[in-house]
Design a protein around this ligand. Structure first.
Ligand code: HEC
Length: 712
């Protein structure tokens, strides 16, 4: 047994053994099976659904029949922290990723595992693991499943056997870049971007590979490099000289950012691929490009020739971006009747709070209106396509300014859906602000190596506290540019939306409910408690003439979901669930939440704990939750065993005992740094216990902690 396996046994989690999985794979599909052709009305074969709309035309489950929908089967998943990616369904087989790109193939009718492929990404990821957790989506084409990995590989896997067909390293090793987004298929190419622009100096690009062989076809850089170094020999070179004129100072020292970390879209008729770019690195333009400038192609949609990667046009939602207002959200393709004629458009609701309708042919703005409160700009000028910023938008002269939306975004990676039947867009919408202020050391600002967020934004003054964020499901009319209806939802974040030909919307929520809403008026027609926050995209597809709905339930946001009791990494199941009409399955009752741990003999040193607070916020909170209050995406360390003893804590944090399970290694921390973190965790556990935590299984936890230590 390796350490991770020991640890798994310790926390009582069960995974399917490798031998059993190989046997299941052998017993599965015959190796000679030809690649299944994708049938658009039957399958859900791409992250964007049918036609890049997160829509399925299937209508067997509709407003009249949805009341008969029930659980067909569910499968518990424990490959680490994350089971929140969008599944695919092709010819009766479900493909999905758990943990760090562990790919599963499952018979959609029964939930029986056919194969499982583990690319062992955490072991290779190093510090790339610190800022991100596993993959949000995968791709399918010509009998292959394609996935990115956190360590920067793109891997094609035979969909029939689970054997890898090819693997390429698409990112440099050792820097801040990582892959969490889905690959995108465009003709005979597969495209992959990456993230990491909040974390360290990275320069964004998208690379296209030949689907059959994995050979690199082209690479497009999204921001210019150091002009002194000359062209990179990539297709972006001709446009890069022009782009460089929109930057000032020595931006290349910071990488520049503009990563394509999430959405793309493919328009086969035009042979165009649209890529959505992220924020600048660092966020604060005063550091990155001190004399101003639009900073092409940050926060933009860029149209590229899918065959050659050549630039066609771009539309920048935030010229001179400084707020983390990404344009990496869904790029949906639709044909709308505008001004009495059909227009092929892009529908886009980026983080900045405006809903954009853009001409797909030219990249020109058709219209843009606010879909949530936003105070950084008053409007988008239709003639120029540029925002009219408010005077406080760029937090001038060292002022701290409360701006809406926050970097979480008015809309984030949770998919929105467009129904060509109702002609409405359904989007998870967030209302949340953030205090923006310059980092104190603006003139000689540097990245702090290994720190998760490196953005050049300072800390809010203590008297500027904004209300907690709110979430809603919003039905938006993209032609009239106004809301049709708006359903407030529980929690600061909610789930991705799928629209269907049965005029239903399927959406999971922070509360763990998977709900079917009436697409016309938002009435909830059916719901099921998955017992875990279902943020990932639900999908729907046909097998043998019967319509199924599948969702992965695994809360993955930073911090609590808002459900009571909160999800517990140890006892709340991460699952995939499949539903069909007249199925009657039930889930077992949820296990109780692990109590807050304490060692009564531990004396908290207040000043150590205070130092630990800052360290925790900088390095741990992104997974373990703000103020050590986790929503279940990673363990709630106030309930955890390892922090009870310095040795077991060191085994995990310093030596990387849980790296294969998704807990990064922090080898650079000295003994005192780790003690500061431990004192902070103990202090927070005491605070939580005093507020009502139970001590029932405290003895067991303390014993487990000693065992873990003895096992190292
Ligand atoms: C990228 C996400 C991520 C970050 C960042 C992260 N952790 Fe973890 N951590 C995890 C996950 C996931 C696990 C659970 C692994 C498993 O399944 O056993 C974990 C487990 C642990 C455990 C073991 C808990 C137990 O079961 O007793 C400790 C201790 C821990 N982390 C401490 C830290 C500290 C301290 C930091 C910051 C310096 C940190 N982690 C940063 C994801 C993270």
């Amino acid at each position: 047994m390796n350490r991770a396996e020991k640890r798994q046994t310790l926390i009582g989690s069960a995974t399917l053994g490798a031998a059993a999985l190989i046997a299941a794979a052998m017993a599965g599909l015959p190796r000679e099976t030809p690649p299944a052709p994708v049938a658009p009305g039957r399958d859900w074969a791409a992250f964007g659904g049918v036609g890049e709309q997160h829509y399925s035309p299937l209508a067997q489950i509709d407003r009249a029949t949805v009341g008969r929908l029930g659980l067909l089967w569910s499968l518990d998943l424990d490959d680490g922290p994350n089971a929140a990616s969008a599944p695919l369904a092709v010819n009766g087989i479900l493909y999905f990723a758990t943990g760090y790109s562990v790919i599963h193939a499952v018979d959609a009718r029964t939930g029986k595992q056919l194969w499982r492929y583990d690319p062992q990404a955490p072991e290779r990821a190093g510090q790339k693991m610190r800022a991100a957790w596993g993959i949000r989506g995968i791709a399918y084409a010509h009998g292959r499943i394609i996935t990115g990995t956190i360590d920067g590989r793109l891997i094609a896997i035979d969909a029939a056997t689970g054997e890898p067909a090819w693997s390429v390293q698409t990112l440099p090793k050792g820097d801040a870049s990582y892959i969490t987004g889905p690959p995108w298929v465009a003709g005979d190419k597969v495209l992959i971007g990456f993230g990491g622009g909040d974390f360290g100096p990275v320069r964004g690009y998208v690379t296209a590979y030949d689907l059959a062989t994995g050979r690199k076809a082209w690479r497009f850089y999204t921001v210019p490099g150091d002009p002194a170094k000359g062209p990179d020999g990539e297709v972006s070179d001709p446009i890069m000289a022009k782009a460089a004129k929109t930057w000032t100072g020595q931006w290349w020292r910071y990488g520049g950012g503009g990563t394509v970390w999430h959405a793309m879209a493919y328009d086969p008729a035009r042979r165009l691929v649209f890529i959505g770019t992220g924020n600048g690195t660092p966020w604060n333009r005063k550091i990155r490009s001190p004399q101003g400038g639009d900073n092409w192609f940050l926060c933009s949609i860029i149209a590229l020739d899918s065959e050659t990667g050549e630039y066609r046009w771009h539309y920048q939602v935030n010229p001179g971006e400084t707020w983390d207002y990404n344009a990496a959200m869904d790029i949906e393709l639709a044909t709308l009747d505008i001004g009495g004629r059909p227009r092929d458009v892009i529908l886009h609701a980026p983080k900045n709070g405006f809903f954009y309708v853009i001409d797909r042919e030219t990249g020109k703005l058709i219209s843009a209106e606010k879909f949530v409160p936003a105070n950084w700009a008053t409007r988008i000028d239709r003639a120029t396509g540029r925002p009219v910023e408010t005077r406080w938008a760029r937090f001038p002269n060292g002022r701290a300014v409360a701006l809406y939306p926050s970097p979480v975004g008015a809309h984030s990676a949770e998919a929105m859906a467009y129904s060509p039947r109702t002609r409405l867009v359904y989007t998870p919408a967030y209302e949340q602000g953030r205090v923006y202020v310059d980092a104190p050391d603006l003139a000689d600002w540097r990245f702090t190596p290994g720190q998760v967020i490196n953005n050049g934004i300072g800390t809010a003054p203590p008297d500027m506290v904004l209300p907690p964020g709110r979430s809603a499901l919003l039905a938006w009319d993209p032609v009239a540019q106004r809301a049709r209806w708006r359903l407030p939802q529980t929690g600061q974040r909610t789930g991705a939306v799928t629209a269907t030909g049965g005029d239903l919307l399927f959406q999971g929520q922070a509360t763990g409910m998977l709900t079917a809403f009436d697409a016309k008026d938002g009435r909830a027609l059916w719901r099921f408690d998955t017992q875990n926050g279902a943020q990932a995209q639900p999908i729907t597809y046909l097998v043998g003439g019967r319509q199924y709905v599948t969702v992965m339930a695994s809360w993955r946001a930073i911090g609590p979901s808002g459900r009571t009791p909160e999800y517990d990494y140890y006892t709340t199941k991460r699952r995939i669930l499949t539903f069909a009409l007249d199925a009657k399955g039930r889930l077992p009752a949820p296990a109780p939440v692990t109590p807050f741990a304490d060692d009564p003999s531990f004396r908290v040193d207040a000043s150590l704990a205070e130092a630990g607070k800052g360290l925790f916020a900088a390095h741990c909170a992104i997974c373990h939750g703000p103020a050590a209050n986790s929503g279940g995406a990673a363990p709630d360390l106030r309930r955890a065993a390892a922090p009870l003893a310095a040795e077991s804590f060191a085994a995990v944090v310093r030596d990387g005992a849980l790296v294969p399970r998704g807990m990064p290694r922090f080898a650079e921390f000295d003994d005192r740094t780790r003690e500061a973190l431990r004192h902070y965790i103990r202090q927070q556990a005491r605070v939580a216990r005093a507020a009502g935590g139970s001590s029932a299984t405290l003895t067991r936890i303390a014993q487990d902690a000693r065992r873990l230590h003895a096992d190292q």
